[in-house]
Design a protein around this ligand. Structure first.
Ligand code: PGA
Ligand code: MG
Length: 228
């Protein structure tokens, strides 16, 4: 494994869905439960994975649109509430940390880095998921979209995570899977590491992150190149 530089004073802020955790199976499972109420056929996992990543409301809208079923605007709010209830009950049924995540976080923490989670998932669900997967104690701060006045890509969301752990943007790196994460890092003026294994509907070639990784094994080398 890469020899890491001293990362004391560094804040590594991670996105959650599609970056730390493969949450799509339970998110799509929840969508399929909602669609069944409306007699809409279930999505195959491979077809629905590309719909994930922009929150429950967008997923429902995209799910109905992809199935060519009109969605009454008045039905959306109760549907989102029901989605969140169902999802909470099955949040870790099939969701798993991406391969080699824990070894990699161990190495980064041992080198002195402080880890945080900056996600557009609701905070309570983020904490619940990380707790169920045994990951919560690794992070000095977990902030969902509801914990800040303006969510990602607003840089204030990232700033709040950095403030929580008493560090500075000058020594912060954002690790994410989507255009939202890329724009957040740009808006905050910090380097962005993008992972290619998450949920991104923008082609990776259209963004120019500081590093692009395809597996967590590659993250220490990427961080070593950025933390100087
Ligand atoms: O739930 C969402 O909207 C996306 O969550 P993420 O920011 O952890 O990818
Ligand atoms: Mg994500």
């Amino acid at each position: 494994m890469t020899i890491l530089p001293d990362l004391t004073g560094y804040c590594l802020a991670f996105d959650l869905d599609g970056t730390l955790v493969e949450t799509a199976p339970d998110i799509i499972g929840t969508l399929n439960e909602i669609l069944a109420d409306y007699k809409v056929p279930k999505f195959a996992y491979s077809d629905a994975r590309k719909l994930v990543g922009r929150g429950a409301r967008s997923l429902i809208q995209r799910g109905f649109a992809a199935a060519n079923v009109p969605l009454d605007a008045a039905a959306e709010d109760p549907m989102v509430a029901r989605f969140l209830d169902i999802y909470r009950d099955r949040i870790d049924r099939e969701s798993t940390a991406f391969e080699r995540l824990e070894d990699t976080l161990d190495a980064l923490t041992a080198a002195g880095a402080t880890l945080t989670v900056c996600t557009n998932k609701p905070t309570d669900l983020s904490v619940l998921l990380l707790t169920k997967l045994g990951l919560i104690d690794r992070f000095g701060s977990v902030r969902g979209a509801d914990s800040v006045p303006d969510k990602k890509p607003h840089p204030g969301h990232l700033q709040a995570c950095v403030d929580d752990v008493g560090l500075t943007m000058a020594k912060t790196i954002l690790i994410g899977d989507s255009e939202t994460d890329y724009l957040t890092a740009q808006n905050a003026g910090v380097p962005c590491v993008l992972v290619s294994f998450g949920y991104c509907d923008t082609p990776m070639e259209e963004m120019s992150p500081a590093a692009l990784i395809h597996h967590f094994d590659e993250l220490p080398t990427a961080i070593a190149g950025l933390a100087k």
